[in-house]
Design a protein around this ligand. Structure first.
Ligand code: FAD
Ligand code: SIN
Length: 512
């Protein structure tokens, strides 16, 4: 076991990891560990864009209010205020680093997405915003004091005397663990879409960061809130692929199997209703009509404009035999974004000194019960900057949860052996868009049994499965604890929102 020492270790090479690393390198040496190639991350696939109150009619107050409304009462208002107010500055930062946002008539072009009161979403390359950001930041990471180590899976956080002092990793995802030490460790491992059978996320999204932090003793929060995007492509033979909400913002319409535009019957904002509402409405329509999908119809839009505004979607669909200028796009909901995560304060400090979290893996409570579209890319820049600034100040003032819940499920005797496919199917059916006590209890029992029987160690695949089991259990038990419906969390046995549940769910290993 060799050991290397750095000022900062950043785990993950999406926007949160790369941006934090580029700031941190001004103050010390940086190691970026990433388990795939540098661009294997959610960031690479972001389409719609990045929200910020930069338009002439807009204001941070409006952005703040829309964030709170989408979050269904549970947003951390301090975090939402910081995000909205520092949003325009964060955009300037990305421009300074070389990101070129699209313009129209000499002004920055702003797209419209669900639950935003006005067009507010900057985009790049039409629907290639994430890819453009990832390319720009990763090219800057070729720096003499940043060492980017690809194909290295972080397998453990190293804790000494209650402080995180580094990480252990598997080079090429296998073999003996190598230790890397650092003064500051920044978790930027992204989300966990791969826990579900249907997802918009790429393969690396197995929730490792939350599992690693939880196993090391950090608090995790709001794991019941998982966002399902209503419009993932459902085309036989095509891999997971998102059809951006911005397309509805430009006038595309959801239709059921009878060709009827149905969303205005469900919500006054129609096709641009909050994501959780649209996803549940789609499921209802699919069940009502007996169809496996609905369609997104953009055929009434001028063909040239459609292809120019959404080139990635246009080309992807065309290579799979679908011309979106002529044919409606088959879509259905898929797991998309993890609102919960490792509990942090608004400086990215976790409950473990030495460990920061930033990006989709972190949970300041900013998104509450449901994230406002295109707030996540912005979050990484605004809070990444705060993480690095805080690391320079010394001391530790991390958050402390007001109360924690115990994990209670008894291991099921009928769980069988764990497998990724089994886990994805179970999570999709029992911890998905529509939940019930019965289904959640069954899932929690199976996860508890799988956790009890999981072998220690192993290669990247073994570690990912173990991490997914840990997350599955946390999600199922959080969802069981929350006896109400709010935002992305909907329970048939508690269909109403309850004042009594205006609180967060926190789990912490030592507390068990
Ligand atoms: P990621 O970009 O996912 O990066 C995580 C990194 O951690 C990866 O490099 C991964 O390999 C690495 N990693 C994970 N585990 C380990 C481990 N054990 N060891 C080492 N490395 C590890 N948000 C918006 O705001 N606007 C959008 O338009 C938008 N569109 C989206 C479209 C799609 C299809 C998807 C999937 C998401 C979209 N989102 C959008 C959400 C947004 O892209 C993500 O929330 C954001 O990119 C997360 O950035 P991140 O850096 O936190 O994580
Ligand atoms: C989309 O483009 O529809 C996704 C935007 C987001 O997830 O924020």
């Amino acid at each position: 076991m060799t050991t290397q020492q750095y000022d900062y270790i950043v785990i993950g090479s999406g926007i949160a990891g790369l941006y934090s690393a580029l700031l941190a390198v001004e103050f010390g040496s940086v190691l970026i560990l990433t388990k795939g190639g540098i661009a294997d991350c959610n960031t690479q696939y972001a389409q719609g864009g990045i929200a910020a109150a930069v338009g002439p009619e807009d204001s941070p107050n409006y952005h703040f209010a829309d964030t709170l409304a989408a979050g269904a009462g549970l947003c951390n208002e301090e975090a939402a205020r910081i995000l909205a107010e520092q949003g325009p500055q964060a955009i300037s930062e990305l421009v300074r680093l070389g990101v070129i946002f699209d313009t129209a008539d000499g002004e920055v072009a702003l797209g419209r997405e669900a639950a935003h009161r006005m067009p507010r979403v900057l985009h790049a390359g039409g629907d290639a915003t994430g890819a453009r950001i990832e390319l720009t930041l990763s090219s800057l990471a070729h720096h003499s004091r940043i060492h980017v180590q690809e194909y290295t899976t972080t397998s453990r956080l190293l804790v000494e005397g209650g402080r995180v002092v580094g990480v252990a990793g598997l080079v090429n995802g296998e073999g003996d663990e190598v230790e890397y030490l650092a003064t500051h460790t920044i978790l930027a491992t992204g989300g966990a879409g791969r826990l579900y059978r249907y997802t918009t996320n790429p393969e690396v999204t197995t929730g490792d960061g939350v599992a690693l932090a939880y196993q090391a003793g950090a608090a995790v929060m709001d794991m019941e809130f998982y966002q399902f995007h209503p419009t993932a492509l459902r085309l036989p033979g095509a891999p997971p692929f998102l059809i951006t909400e911005a397309m509805r913002g430009e006038g595309a319409v959801l239709r059921n199997a009878h060709g009827e535009a149905f969303m205005t019957g469900y919500h006054p904002q129609g096709d641009l209703a909050p994501r959780d509402v649209v996803s549940r409405s789609l499921l209802t329509e699919m069940r009502r009509t007996g169809a496996g999908n609905v369609v997104l119809d953009a055929t009434h839009m001028p063909s040239e404009r459609l292809a120019a505004r959404f080139p990635s979607i246009y080309n992807f669909c065309l290579t799979h035999g679908l011309d979106i200028t002529r044919d409606p796009i088959p879509v259905s909901p898929a797991a998309h974004y993890m609102m919960g995560g490792v509990l942090t304060n608004t400086d990215g400090e976790t409950t473990l000194p030495g460990l920061y979290a930033c990006g989709e893996v972190a949970c300041t409570g900013l998104h509450g019960a449901n994230r406002l579209a295109s707030n996540s890319l912005l979050e990484t820049v605004v809070f990444g900057q705060r993480v690095v600034r805080r690391s320079l100040e010394g001391g530790w003032s991390g958050p402390w949860p007001e109360g924690v819940f115990p994990l209670e499920a008894e291991p099921s005797e009928e769980a069988g052996a764990p497998s990724i496919e089994g886990l994805q199917a179970l999570n999709w059916s029992n911890v998905g868009i529509i939940r019930s006590r019965e289904g959640l209890e069954e899932a929690a029992g199976v996860f508890a049994a799988w956790e009890a029987s999981a072998p220690e160690g192993g290669d990247r695949g073994d570690r990912e499965l173990a991490n997914m089991v840990t997350l599955g259990r946390l999600m199922a038990e959080s969802a069981l604890v929350r006896q109400e419906s709010r935002g992305a969390h909907f329970r048939t046995d508690f269909p109403e929102t309850s004042e009594a549940w205006l609180r967060h769910t926190v789990f912490m290993k030592q507390a068990d």
